[in-house]
Design a protein around this ligand. Structure first.
Ligand SMILES: [Zn+2]
Length: 699
């Protein structure tokens, strides 16, 4: 009778697959079978009592449940990923059918297999019995494909198309991170759901993820299709059940007030009764009736689609996981950053801790029009009082150079001095000659003195790298702080990198010594400027504009926006979307800021600021005492030494330049000329070997 055995096993497999699903509830399966690894917040046997809000989510997705789809917009660190794992485990162990898990990328899938799935498989007896480890000999399982009786589990990156096959179970991981292609994230989700149609209501589709920007969040869009359940917690005083609202948390005491009676309670009080362990099988209605916290639907939703909407974010985490006091402190720190012009931490807090989408609308109110309305009455190429330093940023295009000149004061308050374009082919000398003339033009300060541009950053990212190197090198040979820059792609690149020597050839000839090239952290600088443009009151960080800047300047300044993207290392970040065509003014402002970091930061910066305050704070009068100019000159000379990265011994650092300054002052030149003369002298003195003797345009 041995010949019938294979037929028997086939028959058994078919009957297994067709057998009605056992009445397995995911939450109870998890409690019976799962042991969490030591690196989770709550290691050991899985207990529903700790995270009562996960019970309904898991139960709704149980094989026998009438609900077909479930979507949860979740904050970080509330145990969300464990509930998804539990579903997969229960699906595989209790009811036959193939399963698919879609990750943002294939790397995410591999990572999850290694760190989460293999842990769960090895520590869960029924899973161990059904799925052989992928590294075992004779097992045809791989990291991304696991066979079990009744089906196969496949892990997929959203960057790969879903092959046509019939699937019963789908889990979507972090849908907001799926690459947004031409068809959008929604289309991939819809196509994948379509693969489950053969199973009707017996299919289960679950997606969870942290939201991103309002209007563009895939998880928020799916949650809106469902019944939008919210987590209600009864007040310890009056028993009124309500969603824990972040806005009602007192940030100093970390106490939350009841929306009904107004009574303040701390986290422990809010959760003492309401988070009590539930008897097995207790429904949400029974939980509500017993004074426990519970989920309640707040919308009708599409048939068969359940969803869990924003419900106080991390405030719902069990006692000891995310103390409310710590959340309040994190929120306050994020607001502090916002005041400094950096809204990054607040966006991250809103998405990850509150589990809410970030409202771009609130940010976009500072549009081009609003900026332009702020323009002030002062002439182009003049520096209002307060300007103590001037820098410029130059962007290189194929048929023109775009330039922004900006003046800087204390606290990096700044004034637009000039913006415009120089048309011409950057591979020909003419356009560079005009740029040089512009950058050499003195700026008239309100005090009556004239100022020179301290430093210029020129982008070398376009098609005219060599021309930029040659131009910057020439300028440096003449003692100017004009340098070539290149934008760094990574999120956390320093705003201004260390100089590197860039070898290049000029008209077929290698240039001895090359040119100095610096990387700049465009992402960080853009975020900083963007934050500063939102400041309402003049003062530290504020951007001033003259009436002479045209509408196009403002339009370009607001042409870029930030979106959630993966950086070069695959980490999810809010990054500037550098796809806009005409945004040179914005880029130029970024470079002008990098030039400021070059000119006015470092050990001696304070001395320089203070000296200039004395010089430019004084109305120029005939017979002016030159002591202020001397102080300025000394500071500049010290600064030069620093720029040349030469350690000046403390004893000589003041004395030697002071002597130089005194020599020059004997001829009584105007302050700005004095500064230029000392700068030129120092530059000549400190010139590095191997750099002389070669001329490009200006030799
Ligand atoms: Zn109350």
């Amino acid at each position: 009778m041995t010949t019938t055995q294979p037929i028997d096993s086939v028959r058994r497999a078919i009957s297994d697959a067709l057998r009605p699903d056992p009445k397995v509830l995911v939450d109870e399966w998890a409690e019976d079978n799962r042991v969490l690894p030591p690196d989770t917040p709550e290691p050991g046997p899985y207990r529903n009592a700790r995270t009562p809000y996960l019970i309904d989510i898991q139960r709704t997705m149980s094989p026998g449940s009438p609900w077909r789809e479930g979507w949860w917009m979740k904050p970080h660190q509330v145990g969300g990923s464990v509930s998804g794992e539990n579903m997969l485990g229960a699906w595989i162990c209790s009811a036959a059918g193939s399963a698919l898990v879609v990750f943002p990328t294939l790397d995410d899938a591999k990572q999850w297999e290694m760190t989460r799935f293999e842990q769960m498989r090895a520590n869960t007896r029924p899973l161990r019995r059904r799925i052989k480890p992928s590294d075992k000999k004779g097992s045809d399982n791989t990291k991304l494909r696991k066979k079990y009786p009744g089906g196969v589990l496949r892990l997929l990156g959203a960057n790969r198309p879903v092959k046509s096959s019939t699937i019963r179970y789908v889990k979507f991981e972090e849908p907001d991170d799926y690459p947004a292609n031409v068809k959008g994230q929604g289309s991939l989700i819809a196509t994948t759901i379509g693969r489950t149609s053969n199973f009707g209501r017996r299919a289960k589709i679950f997606g969870d993820g942290t939201p991103t920007v309002e209007g563009r969040s895939a998880i928020a869009a799916q949650v809106a299709r469902g019944d939008q359940r919210r987590w209600y917690v009864p007040c310890p005083s009056c028993g009124h059940a309500q969603v824990l609202q972040w806005e009602r948390l007192n940030l100093d005491t970390a106490m939350l007030s009841c929306e009904e009676c107004g009574e303040l309670h701390d986290e422990a009080a809010w959760k003492r009764e309401s988070y009590r362990a539930r008897p097995r099988g207790m429904t949400e209605e029974e939980a509500a009736a017993s004074g426990r916290a519970f989920w309640r639907a707040t919308a009708v939703g599409e048939p068969g689609v359940a969803s869990w909407a924003e419900s106080g974010g991390a405030l719902m985490a069990p006692l000891g996981w995310r103390p409310w006091a710590a959340l309040a402190a994190e929120f306050q720190a994020a607001h502090e950053k916002l005041r400094e012009g950096d809204d990054d931490p607040l966006i991250v807090f809103t998405n990850n801790m509150l589990g809410r989408t970030w409202r771009v609308a609130a940010v976009a109110t500072i549009g081009a029009d609003i900026l332009q309305q702020r323009a002030e009455q002062y002439e182009l190429m003049t520096a209002p009082r307060g300007v103590l330093a001037i820098t410029a940023g130059v962007d290189t295009q194929d048929n023109r150079l775009a330039v922004v000149i900006r003046g800087w004061g204390r606290g990096e308050e700044s004034w637009g001095i000039w913006h415009g374009e120089i048309y011409g082919d950057p591979s020909l000398p003419d356009v560079w000659k005009k740029l040089r003339e512009l950058l050499d033009t003195p700026v008239r300060h309100e005090s009556g003195q004239s100022m020179r541009i301290d430093a210029v950053a020129i982008d070398s990212g376009g098609h005219h790298r060599e021309d930029v190197y040659a131009f910057a090198r020439d300028a440096q040979m003449r003692g100017k702080h004009w340098f070539a820059i290149k934008g760094a792609s990574s999120y956390d690149a320093p705003k201004l990198g260390r100089p590197k020597t860039q070898e290049f050839t000029w008209r077929g000839q290698a240039v001895p010594g090359g040119a100095e090239l610096r990387q700049i952290g465009t992402q960080a600088i853009k975020t900083l400027i963007d934050g500063r443009l939102k400041l309402q009151q003049p003062g530290g960080g504020y951007y001033h504009f003259p009436l002479g800047f045209g509408a196009e300047y403002y339009r370009q300044m607001r042409s870029e926006r930030r979106i959630w993207k993966r950086d070069s290392r695959g980490v999810k970040r809010l990054l500037w979307d550098e796809t806009s065509k005409r945004n040179e003014a914005w880029d130029c402002e970024v470079y002008a800021y990098a030039a400021l970091l070059y000119a006015m930061s470092g050990r001696h910066a304070e001395t320089v600021w203070a000296a200039r305050e004395q010089v430019y704070g004084t109305q120029l009068q005939p017979g002016l005492d030159f002591s202020a100019a001397v102080v300025h000159a000394v500071a500049m000379a010290v600064h030069e030494a620093q720029r040349a990265e030469i350690e000046v011994p403390a004893a000589t650092s003041v004395a030697e330049p002071a002597q130089e300054a005194t020599d020059l002052v004997a001829d009584e030149p105007p302050a700005d000329v004095l500064v230029q003369q000392i700068a030129a002298r120092r530059a000549t003195k400190l010139k590095r070997p191997g750099r002389g003797g070669f001329a490009t345009y200006w030799g």
